[in-house]
Write a protein that binds this ligand. Sequence first.
Ligand code: MN
Length: 293
Amino acid sequence: MDLVPLHPDFGAEVRGLDIIDVATSDKAYQTVRSAFEQHSLLLFRDQEIGDDVQVAFSRAFGPLERVKVGSEGFGTFYSRLNNLASDGSLVPETHRQALTARANQLWHTDSSFKQIPALASVLSARVVPQRGGETEFASTRHAWARLSTSLQARLRDAVVTHSYAHSRDQIDPTLMTDPERTALPPARWRMTWGNPVNGRLALYIASHACAIVGLADTEARALLDELIANATRPQFTYLHHWRLGDVLMWDNRATMHRGRPWPHDQPRSVVRTTVSAVDADGLAEVRPPNGTL
Ligand code: MN
């Protein structure tokens, strides 16, 4: 296996190994897991991707999030993100699926608003538009390392509130229904997430982050905005131009990402699977320090 850097700070293309190998070989899994812990973002090209292969690969890394689909309940592992109706036609720009795509264009980390946040996301391209629709990444591990020692001391054990409603309301206050709001109460996490293998800290912030315990809301939002802006300056990001057969896997503990817009008259379809971040006791890895709540 060879690793080819995607950006000077983070990210690597994995060559000489297919994602199905990870599902069938512990040695391949250990190799890829180690690269994941070190590089935070992995790219596999020219994969024969399908739902079954994607799930088999993803679940090698831990338990998968279940996804609610309409009235079918939590029956699937796939988040299907596209601008297509069930008959294959394009949905209008005001459709819920189109608004969801716009919300995904805010810098975020997946599932930080859930009671169990995400270790990793796996995204495969199924339909790629002729232009646009890229996914852009920033390393929050490197963003943390660039902060001054005094700011690091202040933020290391800060506790941040993450709310799905906060990010969705920025796009359209009608995007979330009242039952959805009730089902997804805010979650609170430590602002830094230490990698259990190499000890490196990363900022754990996102478009879902809306408050910091002990700070006035205006002050907290200004600080979060500034941290996100500094983490995502263009020289610090990697922009992925999708090709069919591409599979990306990223570390939600150490990166932020956003979708990029594409022309509304072009179809785009991607499928995400998400690995939950649980420790040996089945508890969320990034619990706030004791006594802060
Ligand atoms: Mn996302």
